[in-house]
Design a protein around this ligand. Sequence first.
Ligand code: 5RP
Length: 242
Amino acid sequence: MTLVPAKAGTVVSGVQLPEQAPMNAGNAGKQRAAHAALEYVEHGSILGVGTGSTVNHFIDALAKLRGSLRGAVSSSLASTARLEALGIEVMDLNHAGPLDLYVDGADEATRDRYLVKGGGAALTREKIVAAASKRFVCIIDDSKLVPILGRFPLPVEVIPMARSYVAREIVGRGGQPVWREQCVTDNGNQILDVHGLEILDPPSLERDLNQIAGIVTVGLFAQRPADLLVIGNEKGVTVVGP
Ligand code: 5RP
């Protein structure tokens, strides 16, 4: 089978969005959701921080709380650089212990708080920090809320030598994998973006894909979904929780 290279302009790990992106409805929603998430941050805590443009708004807003934070555990080199530029200490998860709170964005979310993540190629560290956190608050603009996951191609991080094998396994399951050719993850691995999926049972697909040798992480966050979805739009913020 042929793996189609990803189009130019695909998000590459470590690439920052422009500082001053034009403000559109999606951006306003991201910003509102990011600001609303500040209320979940506890004084004196070590905070888990995700990756992406929505999280960049959150990190910028964190500046005013920096004196009351013990530090942060970051899910990517890009977020680490942004946190450190604000004077927030970034700690190794091995030294931080269990975290109370993880704040991250998503590429798609359902009202059951199942997520597709990995558009920024940081899915593996994101899944680790989410797993190590008691509470996961996911911040999105309302364009990300969908009835069924799968319109956004599902990112899968693979060990480089396994890429074609994993792609064949995914084709056998009805997906169309596209190699994100210019992308090397922070862990030195590669990404397949799987198109053509209608994910009716996210926990079971996550479990199934996790069994394929060579897959490091599937960008489905279903076995450990978000605990709260904070959804922003131009008008305000809605919170979806259990
Ligand atoms: C990075 C992610 C991001 O959370 C996801 O891509 C959303 O990004 P943005 O906030 O820029 O829309 O999973 O790996």
